[in-house]
Design a protein around this ligand. Sequence first.
Ligand SMILES: [Zn+2]
Ligand SMILES: [Zn+2]
Length: 423
Amino acid sequence: MDYIADLHIHSSYAMACARNITLRSLINTADHKGISIVGTGDFTHPKWISEMKNEIEEEREGIYALSKNSGKARFVLSAEVCTIFDKLNTVKKIHNCILAPNLEVVEQISSNLEKFGSLSSDGRPILNMSAAELVEILHGISKDILVFPAHAWTPHFGVFGAFSGFDHMADAFEDQAMHIHAFEMGLSSDALMNYRISENDKYTLLSNSDAHSLPKMGREANVFSFDKDPEYKDIVDAIVNKDRKKIKMNIGFYPEEGKYHNDGHRNCRVSMTPQESKIYNGRCPVCGGRITIGVLHRIDELADREYGYIPKGAVPYVHSMLLDELIAYIMEKTTTAKAVKELAERLVYRFGTEFDVMLNADINEVTKIDAEVAKAVENIREEKVNLIPGYDGVFGIVDIMGREREKMEKSRRGINQRTLFYK
Ligand SMILES: [Zn+2]
Ligand SMILES: [Zn+2]
């Protein structure tokens, strides 16, 4: 059976996150979207952990359910921390995701990590320690803890990011690198981009939403396949062993849609390909300031293979889109518009979940509800879309029905406004 898992989300205790993220609303949203396994996020935060102790209980080893009216989706215990450290006279800032096998281990993690930074000030705490120290300490607490770099390519906090990252996993994690088995591709890269670097072949590529609000959950996810409802260790083993039978698929953004795909300077609305930014020596052609080097550029720099190479037995990567964003595009309204929500509800009612609509529903059946949505879903599935790449914190655009670029640029301003707050 398939299990769609989103292992990296945040609670309302993390900075710049929506206020309505509760354990219950996470489960309700996961059920609506078709996510079976969702990370709790933020388990280092004292208030969130106390909510967890009150509201969830272990159902299978390492898998937690809401104690009352449990819904369908289940939790794995997850967190993200930012490690800040000096290396070779530069400041390195790296976000890492942590999965833990049970609440007792979570408590031990917190009591160890609180020596390195304030755990109560942010659901994603800043820790004054190296990425290697983090792994060493966590591994000392329990061998069952899984650590993996979050959104590996983002310029400011990715392990491979242009501004504070490294060229190789081993440079970042030193003697602890052997305990790193996976990394998150992030919204601005997909599997094909990552395959360009042969060193990446030894890692499981993960795709998680890193959602800061409920609607963004599942915008990226991993599809696992298990004979029976998995325990924590089944999920971790599949990741650590790169088990192709158990990791069936990654679902995620068209990488151009990610907000750090291209190079650019947001204030001047300048977006450039890596080739273009090289011509300008990494400077903004409008203001002369430093441009933000995007993910495409970074991967280009480190690549030792041409684009298009697929390693043997690679896990398929399916580009998709959130249903409400697809409908909002069709209707030329915002995702929160009543008409958008109503149509999304009708589709989910008919086909089961949002993922069912996007991935599985019969297009003829969707046409009976809304012909334009059906065409849009078909275009997404067949990858017949135009893409306007994101840059320097500005989300890219998936032009599903081939509308004019000018019109899209207009709606893009709206999108920027909206996404300044919710990542
Ligand atoms: Zn992060
Ligand atoms: Zn500029």
